[in-house]
Design a protein around this ligand. Structure first.
Ligand code: TXA
Ligand code: MG
Length: 317
C-alpha cells in the first residue's frame, strides 16, 4: 500500500489548480476550513455529492452544509430573511451555519439536502478554501472529513488517517484554527441553535436582539445527524470524573490536575478556546495510543464550553 500521507499536498498554485480540476470533474477532495477539515464536492452535482456520502458512509437522511464565498452566489439557492442578514453581517465569513428555506429552482442536489425543503449554508473564512470557491462557479458541499460517527479531523494527516488511499487529494493548510465545527442556527422559523459551536448563544441573541433557544430535545431535533452517537473515538467515555486509573486516559481542564503520562490537559490555562482547539486532536491521540477507557473531568459550560460539552456528550453515547 502507498504511504497514506502521499495524497497530502501543500498550498501552492500547482496544487490549487489540481484541486480545481478535481472539483470540476465532480471528484471530491479534502480541504481545510477554519473549523475542521472537510470533504468537498460540487453541491450542484448529484454524482459528486453521492461520492461524499459513500466515502463517509454517511446515511443519506443526514444533509450536508453548502459552502459559498458570497451572497450573490447564494441568491438563487436560498431565501434570505432579516435574521439571516443580521447574523451574516456580524459573523460571516466565519464559523456559523444558517439553515434557510431552499428555493424551488435551486440547483443544489436534492441528495445534498436529504430531500428537505431547507438548506444549511456557510461562508468559511479559511483563505485557501475561499480561493478555491472563487475559482469555480458552483458552491461546495463540505461535511467534516471523517467517517460517519467518528472523530472530526483538524489536520490534513487526520483526513489521510480517516480515508487512507481512498481519497486521492488533500490540501494541507496546517492545523484548523478553531478545531470544532460551526454553530448551526435554524432561521426558517423562530431562530434556534441546532448545534452549538464557536459562535455562542449569547452573541447570537445579542445580534438578533431576542432570546434564542437551543434544541436539546433529541426527539424533535431537526438535524438528523445529531440524533446518534457522533465524534466517537470508539472507546467508552465517562464524563464529569474527578480522577482516573493509571491505565485510563484522563482528559482534564485547568491547572488543578497533576501532570502524568495518562493525563491530557485541554487547557492548563483554563482557556476554553484553547480547549476547543485541542479536543479532537486529544481524542485522536488517545485512540492511537490504544487506551481502553477515557475519563473526562468537568468542563465549564459557558461560551464555547457548551459546544465542547455537547461533543463530549455525544462521543460518550
Ligand atoms: O464547521 C463545519 O460546519 C464543518 C466544516 C467542514 O465546514 N462542516 C460540518 O459538516 O460540520 P457536517 O456534515 O459534519 O455537519 C453538518 C450538520 C449536521 O448535523 C447536519 O445534520 C446539519 O448540519 N444540517 C445540514 N443541513 C441541514 C438542514 N437543512 N437542516 C438542519 N440541519 C442540517
Ligand atoms: Mg461531521
Amino acid at each position: 500500500m502507498k504511504n497514506i500521507y502521499s495524497n497530502i499536498f501543500k498550498v501552492n498554485n500547482k496544487s490549487l489548480s489540481k484541486a480545481i480540476n478535481y472539483l470540476k470533474k465532480k471528484d471530491i477532495i479534502g480541504v481545510p476550513t477554519e473549523t475542521v477539515y472537510g470533504l468537498a464536492g460540487n453541491a450542484y452535482s448529484s454524482t459528486a455529492v453521492k461520492k461524499i456520502y459513500y466515502l463517509k458512509k454517511r446515511p443519506f437522511k443526514n444533509p450536508l452544509i453548502i459552502h459559498y464565498h458570497n451572497l450573490k452566489q447564494l441568491k438563487n439557492d436560498a431565501e434570505f430573511n432579516i435574521n439571516f442578514s443580521k447574523l451574516y453581517k456580524k459573523f460571516s465569513p466565519g464559523p456559523i451555519t444558517f439553515v434557510l428555506k431552499k428555493k424551488k429552482n435551486s440547483k443544489i442536489s436534492n441528495i445534498a439536502t436529504a430531500n428537505l425543503k431547507t438548506v444549511a449554508i456557510r461562508f468559511p473564512k479559511n483563505k485557501t478554501l475561499i480561493k478555491l470557491l472563487k475559482a469555480i462557479n458552483f458552491p461546495l458541499a463540505i461535511p467534516s472529513a471523517n467517517k460517519s460517527s467518528s472523530i472530526s479531523p483538524v489536520s490534513a494527516e487526520d483526513v489521510a488517517q480517516e480515508f487512507k488511499n481512498s481519497l486521492k487529494f488533500i490540501i494541507n493548510d496546517g492545523s484548523s484554527k478553531i478545531g470544532l465545527e460551526s454553530t448551526v442556527v435554524d432561521l426558517t422559523a423562530k431562530p434556534k441553535i441546532l448545534r452549538p459551536g464557536f459562535i455562542g448563544l449569547n452573541s447570537i441573541s445579542k445580534t438578533l436582539n431576542k432570546k434564542i433557544s437551543i434544541n436539546n430535545n433529541l426527539r424533535t431535533i431537526k438535524a438528523p445527524g445529531m440524533l446518534k452517537r457522533h465524534y466517537s473515538p470508539g472507546i467508552p467515555i465517562k464524563l464529569n470524573q474527578k480522577k482516573a486509573k493509571n491505565n485510563e486516559a484522563f482528559i482534564v481542564f485547568g491547572k488543578k490536575y497533576k501532570k502524568a503520562k495518562n493525563v491530557f490537559n485541554l487547557s492548563y490555562k483554563s482557556n476554553l478556546n484553547e480547549a476547543a482547539k485541542n479536543l479532537y486532536k486529544t481524542l485522536r491521540l488517545i485512540k492511537n495510543r490504544n487506551y481502553k477507557m477515557i475519563c473526562v473531568s468537568s468542563i465549564p459550560k459557558n461560551g464555547i464550553g457548551l459546544a465542547i460539552n455537547d461533543r463530549l456528550n455525544r462521543a460518550a453515547k
